[in-house]
Write a protein that binds this ligand. Structure first.
Ligand SMILES: [Zn+2]
Length: 474
Protein backbone atom coordinates (compact mmCIF):
# COMPACT_ATOMS: atom_id res chain seq x y z
CA UNK A 1 0.00 0.00 0.00
CA UNK A 2 1.31 3.32 -1.08
CA UNK A 3 0.83 5.06 2.26
CA UNK A 4 2.65 2.50 4.33
CA UNK A 5 5.38 2.00 1.81
CA UNK A 6 5.95 5.74 1.64
CA UNK A 7 6.02 6.03 5.40
CA UNK A 8 8.56 3.26 5.84
CA UNK A 9 10.78 4.82 3.22
CA UNK A 10 10.60 8.16 4.95
CA UNK A 11 11.48 6.74 8.34
CA UNK A 12 14.42 4.76 7.11
CA UNK A 13 15.83 7.72 5.22
CA UNK A 14 15.58 10.16 8.03
CA UNK A 15 16.54 8.27 11.14
CA UNK A 16 20.17 8.37 10.27
CA UNK A 17 23.25 8.17 12.39
CA UNK A 18 26.55 9.91 11.92
CA UNK A 19 30.07 8.75 12.42
CA UNK A 20 32.92 11.15 12.76
CA UNK A 21 36.15 11.03 14.58
CA UNK A 22 37.22 13.61 17.09
CA UNK A 23 38.76 16.87 16.04
CA UNK A 24 39.88 19.96 17.78
CA UNK A 25 39.25 23.50 16.75
CA UNK A 26 37.51 26.19 18.42
CA UNK A 27 36.15 29.58 18.91
CA UNK A 28 37.68 32.81 19.84
CA UNK A 29 37.86 33.76 23.52
CA UNK A 30 36.57 37.25 22.74
CA UNK A 31 33.33 35.86 21.31
CA UNK A 32 30.60 35.64 23.93
CA UNK A 33 28.60 32.47 24.51
CA UNK A 34 25.39 32.71 22.52
CA UNK A 35 22.08 32.17 24.30
CA UNK A 36 18.65 31.22 22.91
CA UNK A 37 17.59 34.90 22.94
CA UNK A 38 20.25 35.53 20.25
CA UNK A 39 19.05 32.87 17.78
CA UNK A 40 17.67 35.67 15.58
CA UNK A 41 21.02 37.47 15.36
CA UNK A 42 23.45 37.04 12.48
CA UNK A 43 26.31 34.56 12.98
CA UNK A 44 29.69 35.98 14.03
CA UNK A 45 32.36 33.66 12.68
CA UNK A 46 36.00 33.63 13.85
CA UNK A 47 38.32 33.08 10.89
CA UNK A 48 42.11 32.78 10.96
CA UNK A 49 42.86 36.49 11.34
CA UNK A 50 39.47 38.10 10.87
CA UNK A 51 35.95 38.16 12.23
CA UNK A 52 33.10 37.70 9.79
CA UNK A 53 29.52 38.79 10.53
CA UNK A 54 26.63 37.28 8.55
CA UNK A 55 26.61 34.65 5.83
CA UNK A 56 29.70 33.83 3.77
CA UNK A 57 28.59 35.87 0.77
CA UNK A 58 31.13 38.68 0.37
CA UNK A 59 32.42 39.03 -3.21
CA UNK A 60 36.08 38.29 -3.97
CA UNK A 61 38.33 41.36 -3.73
CA UNK A 62 38.39 43.25 -7.01
CA UNK A 63 35.35 41.47 -8.43
CA UNK A 64 33.27 44.65 -8.59
CA UNK A 65 33.77 48.01 -10.27
CA UNK A 66 33.98 51.03 -7.98
CA UNK A 67 30.77 53.04 -8.24
CA UNK A 68 31.27 55.94 -5.83
CA UNK A 69 33.28 57.27 -2.96
CA UNK A 70 31.47 58.31 0.20
CA UNK A 71 34.10 60.04 2.33
CA UNK A 72 36.77 57.42 3.11
CA UNK A 73 34.56 54.56 1.99
CA UNK A 74 34.92 53.00 -1.44
CA UNK A 75 31.53 51.82 -2.73
CA UNK A 76 31.33 49.16 -5.43
CA UNK A 77 28.38 47.46 -7.10
CA UNK A 78 27.82 44.74 -9.68
CA UNK A 79 27.12 41.12 -10.47
CA UNK A 80 29.27 38.09 -9.71
CA UNK A 81 28.62 34.51 -10.81
CA UNK A 82 29.05 32.95 -7.38
CA UNK A 83 26.11 30.58 -6.84
CA UNK A 84 25.92 26.82 -7.30
CA UNK A 85 23.50 27.23 -10.22
CA UNK A 86 20.20 25.61 -11.22
CA UNK A 87 21.66 22.40 -12.67
CA UNK A 88 23.66 21.52 -9.55
CA UNK A 89 20.89 22.45 -7.09
CA UNK A 90 18.27 20.49 -9.06
CA UNK A 91 20.60 17.46 -9.26
CA UNK A 92 21.19 17.67 -5.51
CA UNK A 93 17.51 17.93 -4.54
CA UNK A 94 16.56 15.17 -7.00
CA UNK A 95 19.23 12.91 -5.47
CA UNK A 96 18.00 13.91 -1.99
CA UNK A 97 14.46 12.80 -2.79
CA UNK A 98 15.47 9.56 -4.55
CA UNK A 99 14.93 6.19 -2.96
CA UNK A 100 18.15 4.70 -1.67
CA UNK A 101 19.46 1.97 -3.99
CA UNK A 102 19.28 -0.62 -1.22
CA UNK A 103 15.49 -0.42 -1.36
CA UNK A 104 15.50 -1.54 -4.97
CA UNK A 105 18.04 -4.25 -4.21
CA UNK A 106 15.75 -5.53 -1.48
CA UNK A 107 13.09 -6.01 -4.13
CA UNK A 108 10.67 -3.46 -2.78
CA UNK A 109 8.14 -2.42 -5.40
CA UNK A 110 9.50 1.09 -5.82
CA UNK A 111 7.64 1.46 -9.11
CA UNK A 112 4.43 1.71 -7.16
CA UNK A 113 5.55 5.03 -5.67
CA UNK A 114 4.66 7.39 -8.45
CA UNK A 115 5.62 10.59 -6.70
CA UNK A 116 8.58 10.70 -4.36
CA UNK A 117 8.15 13.52 -1.87
CA UNK A 118 10.55 16.37 -1.41
CA UNK A 119 10.46 16.39 2.36
CA UNK A 120 9.99 19.53 4.39
CA UNK A 121 9.01 20.61 7.85
CA UNK A 122 5.37 21.68 8.15
CA UNK A 123 4.46 25.20 6.96
CA UNK A 124 5.24 26.90 10.28
CA UNK A 125 8.93 26.96 11.27
CA UNK A 126 9.89 24.78 14.25
CA UNK A 127 11.07 25.94 17.66
CA UNK A 128 14.34 24.43 18.88
CA UNK A 129 14.53 23.35 22.53
CA UNK A 130 17.68 22.16 24.23
CA UNK A 131 17.28 19.59 26.99
CA UNK A 132 17.09 20.84 30.57
CA UNK A 133 20.58 21.00 32.05
CA UNK A 134 22.44 21.47 28.75
CA UNK A 135 25.76 23.23 29.56
CA UNK A 136 26.05 26.85 28.29
CA UNK A 137 28.87 25.94 25.88
CA UNK A 138 26.64 23.39 24.12
CA UNK A 139 23.66 25.79 24.11
CA UNK A 140 26.07 28.27 22.47
CA UNK A 141 26.97 25.78 19.74
CA UNK A 142 23.32 24.97 19.07
CA UNK A 143 22.45 28.69 18.83
CA UNK A 144 25.39 29.28 16.44
CA UNK A 145 24.12 26.50 14.19
CA UNK A 146 20.59 27.97 14.23
CA UNK A 147 22.04 31.42 13.37
CA UNK A 148 23.89 29.91 10.39
CA UNK A 149 20.75 28.10 9.20
CA UNK A 150 18.58 31.20 9.68
CA UNK A 151 21.01 33.33 7.65
CA UNK A 152 20.28 31.02 4.69
CA UNK A 153 16.49 30.84 5.15
CA UNK A 154 13.92 33.38 3.93
CA UNK A 155 13.10 36.12 6.50
CA UNK A 156 9.54 34.77 6.82
CA UNK A 157 10.69 31.22 7.62
CA UNK A 158 13.18 31.42 10.49
CA UNK A 159 13.84 28.77 13.13
CA UNK A 160 12.76 29.88 16.59
CA UNK A 161 14.68 28.99 19.76
CA UNK A 162 12.91 28.52 23.07
CA UNK A 163 14.36 30.65 25.90
CA UNK A 164 13.43 27.87 28.33
CA UNK A 165 14.73 24.31 27.96
CA UNK A 166 12.57 21.31 27.19
CA UNK A 167 11.08 19.78 30.33
CA UNK A 168 13.33 17.14 31.86
CA UNK A 169 12.40 13.65 30.75
CA UNK A 170 10.28 14.82 27.82
CA UNK A 171 10.55 11.88 25.46
CA UNK A 172 8.32 12.97 22.62
CA UNK A 173 8.56 16.50 21.28
CA UNK A 174 5.27 18.36 20.95
CA UNK A 175 4.13 19.44 17.48
CA UNK A 176 6.42 22.14 16.14
CA UNK A 177 9.23 21.34 18.57
CA UNK A 178 12.72 20.10 17.85
CA UNK A 179 14.42 18.69 20.96
CA UNK A 180 18.21 18.74 21.02
CA UNK A 181 19.89 16.53 23.63
CA UNK A 182 23.61 16.12 24.20
CA UNK A 183 24.48 12.82 25.86
CA UNK A 184 27.02 10.01 25.59
CA UNK A 185 25.58 7.36 23.31
CA UNK A 186 25.30 4.80 26.12
CA UNK A 187 22.83 7.20 27.79
CA UNK A 188 20.63 7.68 24.72
CA UNK A 189 17.01 6.57 25.20
CA UNK A 190 16.53 2.87 24.53
CA UNK A 191 14.12 3.64 21.72
CA UNK A 192 16.76 5.66 19.87
CA UNK A 193 18.44 3.22 17.56
CA UNK A 194 22.06 3.91 16.73
CA UNK A 195 23.27 1.46 14.13
CA UNK A 196 26.53 0.72 15.91
CA UNK A 197 28.90 1.95 18.59
CA UNK A 198 30.46 4.60 16.34
CA UNK A 199 27.39 6.79 16.00
CA UNK A 200 27.60 10.27 17.44
CA UNK A 201 24.49 11.96 16.05
CA UNK A 202 20.91 10.97 15.36
CA UNK A 203 17.83 12.77 13.99
CA UNK A 204 14.36 11.30 14.43
CA UNK A 205 11.45 13.10 12.79
CA UNK A 206 7.81 12.89 13.78
CA UNK A 207 5.94 12.49 10.52
CA UNK A 208 2.44 13.50 9.55
CA UNK A 209 0.49 12.41 6.49
CA UNK A 210 -1.33 15.35 4.92
CA UNK A 211 -4.24 14.64 2.56
CA UNK A 212 -3.71 16.44 -0.75
CA UNK A 213 -7.15 16.02 -2.34
CA UNK A 214 -5.33 14.75 -5.45
CA UNK A 215 -6.33 11.14 -6.27
CA UNK A 216 -2.99 10.51 -8.01
CA UNK A 217 -1.07 11.43 -4.83
CA UNK A 218 -3.57 11.10 -1.98
CA UNK A 219 -1.19 12.10 0.81
CA UNK A 220 2.13 13.76 1.21
CA UNK A 221 4.36 13.51 4.26
CA UNK A 222 5.76 16.35 6.25
CA UNK A 223 7.74 16.58 9.44
CA UNK A 224 5.88 18.10 12.38
CA UNK A 225 8.46 17.65 15.17
CA UNK A 226 11.62 15.76 15.90
CA UNK A 227 14.50 15.10 18.20
CA UNK A 228 18.24 15.29 17.77
CA UNK A 229 20.77 13.35 19.87
CA UNK A 230 24.46 14.26 19.78
CA UNK A 231 27.23 12.44 21.65
CA UNK A 232 29.23 15.56 22.51
CA UNK A 233 31.90 13.54 24.29
CA UNK A 234 33.16 12.09 21.03
CA UNK A 235 33.35 15.16 18.83
CA UNK A 236 34.33 18.79 19.25
CA UNK A 237 35.00 22.06 17.48
CA UNK A 238 33.92 22.52 13.86
CA UNK A 239 33.06 18.83 13.54
CA UNK A 240 30.60 19.03 16.42
CA UNK A 241 29.01 22.18 14.94
CA UNK A 242 28.76 20.21 11.69
CA UNK A 243 27.06 17.25 13.41
CA UNK A 244 24.49 19.52 15.11
CA UNK A 245 23.77 21.26 11.78
CA UNK A 246 23.58 17.96 9.89
CA UNK A 247 21.00 16.54 12.30
CA UNK A 248 18.89 19.72 12.39
CA UNK A 249 18.88 19.85 8.58
CA UNK A 250 17.66 16.22 8.50
CA UNK A 251 14.64 17.46 10.46
CA UNK A 252 14.20 20.22 7.86
CA UNK A 253 13.77 17.41 5.32
CA UNK A 254 17.16 16.83 3.74
CA UNK A 255 18.56 13.32 3.38
CA UNK A 256 21.98 11.91 2.59
CA UNK A 257 23.49 12.23 -0.87
CA UNK A 258 26.48 10.51 -2.48
CA UNK A 259 29.66 12.21 -1.23
CA UNK A 260 31.49 11.35 -4.46
CA UNK A 261 28.90 13.28 -6.49
CA UNK A 262 28.29 16.05 -3.90
CA UNK A 263 31.46 16.46 -1.81
CA UNK A 264 30.59 19.97 -0.64
CA UNK A 265 27.53 19.45 1.50
CA UNK A 266 27.29 18.50 5.15
CA UNK A 267 24.45 16.10 4.25
CA UNK A 268 26.54 13.03 3.46
CA UNK A 269 26.33 9.85 5.52
CA UNK A 270 28.92 9.65 8.26
CA UNK A 271 29.47 13.39 8.11
CA UNK A 272 31.30 15.53 5.60
CA UNK A 273 35.08 15.57 5.46
CA UNK A 274 34.84 19.13 4.13
CA UNK A 275 34.53 21.45 7.12
CA UNK A 276 33.94 25.17 6.98
CA UNK A 277 33.98 27.75 9.77
CA UNK A 278 30.68 28.95 8.32
CA UNK A 279 29.22 25.49 9.19
CA UNK A 280 27.07 25.27 6.03
CA UNK A 281 28.38 24.95 2.49
CA UNK A 282 26.89 27.03 -0.35
CA UNK A 283 24.91 24.00 -1.60
CA UNK A 284 23.41 23.45 1.87
CA UNK A 285 22.38 27.09 2.06
CA UNK A 286 20.84 27.19 -1.42
CA UNK A 287 18.92 23.95 -0.75
CA UNK A 288 17.42 25.53 2.40
CA UNK A 289 16.39 28.64 0.47
CA UNK A 290 14.91 26.56 -2.34
CA UNK A 291 12.97 24.25 -0.01
CA UNK A 292 11.51 27.05 2.13
CA UNK A 293 11.41 29.96 -0.30
CA UNK A 294 10.85 28.63 -3.81
CA UNK A 295 9.56 25.04 -4.13
CA UNK A 296 5.79 24.78 -4.27
CA UNK A 297 4.17 23.02 -1.30
CA UNK A 298 3.19 19.96 -3.34
CA UNK A 299 6.42 19.62 -5.26
CA UNK A 300 7.67 16.07 -5.60
CA UNK A 301 10.89 14.85 -7.16
CA UNK A 302 9.30 15.23 -10.59
CA UNK A 303 8.57 18.91 -10.07
CA UNK A 304 11.90 20.14 -8.72
CA UNK A 305 13.43 21.01 -12.09
CA UNK A 306 10.34 22.93 -13.16
CA UNK A 307 10.11 24.91 -9.91
CA UNK A 308 13.79 25.85 -10.02
CA UNK A 309 14.35 26.38 -13.74
CA UNK A 310 15.00 30.09 -13.20
CA UNK A 311 17.34 29.58 -10.21
CA UNK A 312 20.09 32.16 -10.62
CA UNK A 313 23.83 31.56 -10.20
CA UNK A 314 24.63 35.29 -10.20
CA UNK A 315 24.42 37.64 -7.22
CA UNK A 316 24.02 41.39 -7.29
CA UNK A 317 26.43 42.91 -4.77
CA UNK A 318 26.85 46.27 -3.13
CA UNK A 319 30.07 46.60 -1.15
CA UNK A 320 31.73 49.23 1.01
CA UNK A 321 35.37 49.18 2.09
CA UNK A 322 37.58 51.21 4.41
CA UNK A 323 41.33 51.07 4.91
CA UNK A 324 43.97 49.21 2.99
CA UNK A 325 44.54 45.60 2.12
CA UNK A 326 45.45 43.51 5.14
CA UNK A 327 43.65 45.88 7.52
CA UNK A 328 40.61 46.39 5.35
CA UNK A 329 37.10 46.55 6.81
CA UNK A 330 34.57 45.49 4.19
CA UNK A 331 30.80 45.14 4.30
CA UNK A 332 27.75 44.94 2.08
CA UNK A 333 24.91 42.78 0.88
CA UNK A 334 24.51 40.06 -1.74
CA UNK A 335 21.16 39.47 -3.42
CA UNK A 336 20.38 36.26 -5.29
CA UNK A 337 17.17 34.29 -5.82
CA UNK A 338 15.17 36.82 -3.86
CA UNK A 339 17.27 36.65 -0.67
CA UNK A 340 19.41 39.62 0.31
CA UNK A 341 22.18 38.56 2.71
CA UNK A 342 24.21 41.20 4.56
CA UNK A 343 27.80 40.65 5.69
CA UNK A 344 30.79 42.46 7.22
CA UNK A 345 34.38 41.44 7.82
CA UNK A 346 37.51 42.90 9.39
CA UNK A 347 40.70 42.06 11.31
CA UNK A 348 40.31 40.23 14.65
CA UNK A 349 41.00 42.47 17.68
CA UNK A 350 43.99 41.63 19.88
CA UNK A 351 41.99 41.64 23.13
CA UNK A 352 38.43 41.93 24.35
CA UNK A 353 37.38 45.61 24.19
CA UNK A 354 36.94 45.77 27.99
CA UNK A 355 40.66 44.88 28.31
CA UNK A 356 41.80 47.63 25.92
CA UNK A 357 43.37 50.03 28.46
CA UNK A 358 43.83 52.74 25.83
CA UNK A 359 40.06 53.22 25.60
CA UNK A 360 37.79 54.66 28.27
CA UNK A 361 34.57 56.61 28.65
CA UNK A 362 32.48 57.14 25.55
CA UNK A 363 34.05 55.93 22.29
CA UNK A 364 32.75 56.65 18.79
CA UNK A 365 33.21 55.01 15.43
CA UNK A 366 31.86 56.36 12.14
CA UNK A 367 31.57 55.05 8.62
CA UNK A 368 28.92 53.96 6.16
CA UNK A 369 26.12 51.48 5.61
CA UNK A 370 25.29 49.91 2.23
CA UNK A 371 22.57 47.41 1.36
CA UNK A 372 19.52 46.50 -0.67
CA UNK A 373 15.79 46.90 -0.36
CA UNK A 374 13.66 43.87 -1.36
CA UNK A 375 13.10 45.78 -4.62
CA UNK A 376 16.85 45.62 -5.45
CA UNK A 377 17.35 49.32 -4.80
CA UNK A 378 20.79 50.10 -3.39
CA UNK A 379 20.69 52.04 -0.11
CA UNK A 380 23.56 53.94 1.56
CA UNK A 381 23.95 56.20 4.55
CA UNK A 382 26.15 57.21 7.47
CA UNK A 383 26.82 54.64 10.22
CA UNK A 384 27.76 55.86 13.71
CA UNK A 385 28.43 53.67 16.71
CA UNK A 386 28.83 55.08 20.20
CA UNK A 387 29.73 52.92 23.22
CA UNK A 388 30.04 53.82 26.90
CA UNK A 389 32.86 51.53 28.03
CA UNK A 390 31.69 51.70 31.65
CA UNK A 391 28.19 50.40 31.07
CA UNK A 392 29.03 48.61 27.78
CA UNK A 393 25.84 50.11 26.33
CA UNK A 394 25.57 52.42 23.37
CA UNK A 395 23.82 53.36 20.15
CA UNK A 396 24.08 52.44 16.49
CA UNK A 397 22.63 55.23 14.36
CA UNK A 398 22.20 55.20 10.59
CA UNK A 399 21.40 58.61 9.09
CA UNK A 400 21.16 60.31 5.71
CA UNK A 401 19.86 57.04 4.25
CA UNK A 402 19.25 57.40 0.53
CA UNK A 403 18.35 54.97 -2.22
CA UNK A 404 18.96 54.71 -5.93
CA UNK A 405 16.89 53.13 -8.73
CA UNK A 406 16.43 49.35 -8.80
CA UNK A 407 19.53 47.54 -10.12
CA UNK A 408 21.45 50.84 -10.34
CA UNK A 409 24.74 51.45 -8.56
CA UNK A 410 24.82 53.97 -5.71
CA UNK A 411 25.96 57.38 -6.91
CA UNK A 412 27.83 60.19 -5.19
CA UNK A 413 26.64 61.34 -1.76
CA UNK A 414 23.30 63.13 -1.99
CA UNK A 415 22.38 61.94 -5.50
CA UNK A 416 19.76 59.41 -4.34
CA UNK A 417 16.29 59.88 -2.91
CA UNK A 418 15.52 59.65 0.81
CA UNK A 419 15.03 56.05 1.97
CA UNK A 420 12.04 55.67 4.25
CA UNK A 421 12.32 58.59 6.71
CA UNK A 422 16.08 58.71 6.29
CA UNK A 423 17.34 57.24 9.54
CA UNK A 424 17.35 54.24 11.87
CA UNK A 425 18.36 54.19 15.53
CA UNK A 426 19.20 51.24 17.78
CA UNK A 427 20.25 50.84 21.40
CA UNK A 428 23.07 48.31 21.54
CA UNK A 429 24.79 46.22 24.17
CA UNK A 430 28.43 45.13 23.91
CA UNK A 431 29.15 41.44 24.53
CA UNK A 432 32.83 40.52 24.29
CA UNK A 433 34.00 41.92 20.95
CA UNK A 434 30.50 41.90 19.52
CA UNK A 435 27.39 44.04 19.89
CA UNK A 436 23.67 43.46 19.36
CA UNK A 437 20.58 45.64 19.41
CA UNK A 438 18.48 45.72 22.57
CA UNK A 439 15.95 48.31 21.45
CA UNK A 440 15.10 51.01 18.95
CA UNK A 441 13.72 50.65 15.44
CA UNK A 442 12.53 47.34 14.00
CA UNK A 443 15.19 44.92 12.84
CA UNK A 444 18.26 43.15 14.14
CA UNK A 445 21.77 44.58 14.37
CA UNK A 446 24.74 42.25 14.89
CA UNK A 447 28.22 43.78 14.95
CA UNK A 448 31.83 43.25 15.94
CA UNK A 449 34.88 45.36 16.71
CA UNK A 450 37.73 45.10 14.24
CA UNK A 451 41.46 45.80 14.28
CA UNK A 452 44.21 45.07 16.84
CA UNK A 453 43.14 47.96 19.14
CA UNK A 454 39.46 48.12 18.13
CA UNK A 455 40.17 50.82 15.55
CA UNK A 456 37.20 49.64 13.52
CA UNK A 457 33.72 48.18 13.77
CA UNK A 458 31.25 46.60 11.40
CA UNK A 459 28.16 44.47 11.24
CA UNK A 460 24.87 43.74 9.61
CA UNK A 461 21.35 45.11 9.78
CA UNK A 462 18.45 42.83 8.84
CA UNK A 463 14.93 44.22 8.44
CA UNK A 464 11.94 43.36 6.27
CA UNK A 465 12.61 46.43 4.12
CA UNK A 466 16.44 46.53 4.18
CA UNK A 467 19.42 44.16 4.39
CA UNK A 468 22.68 46.03 4.84
CA UNK A 469 26.25 45.79 6.04
CA UNK A 470 28.06 48.63 7.76
CA UNK A 471 31.56 49.51 8.87
CA UNK A 472 33.50 52.39 10.35
CA UNK A 473 36.58 53.65 12.18
CA UNK A 474 37.26 55.38 15.49
ZN1 LIG B 1 22.68 11.92 8.58
Amino acid sequence: MLTYLGLSVVVSLAACAERMEDASVSGSPELPLQTPLQAGQAPVVPLESSLHVGADVGPPAGALAQAARHGDVRISHGSVQDGVGAAELIAYLEADSSLPPTREEEGMPVDTILEVPLLRFRPEPPTVYVADGTPPALVDETVRVVQAINAALPPNWQLQFSPVPAPAGALQPADGWIHVTFAPQEDWPVNAMPSNGEDIGLAEPVISAVPTGDPAVPVRFEYVAGRVLVDHTRTSGLKRLGVIAHELIHLLGRNHVDPARFPETIMVGGGSEELTEHILHPLDREALLAAYGHLKPKTTQNGIAEDLENWADTSLHVRGALGSEGGEIAFGAALRNGLSQPWATGPTPGTAIKDNTALSGSVNWSGRLVGFTPGVEAVAGAADLSVDLTSMLGTAVFTGLEQWAADAAPGALGTGTVWNDGDLRYVIEVQGNTFVQTGGDAGTVTGAFFGPAHEGMGGVLRRDDLSAGFGGKR
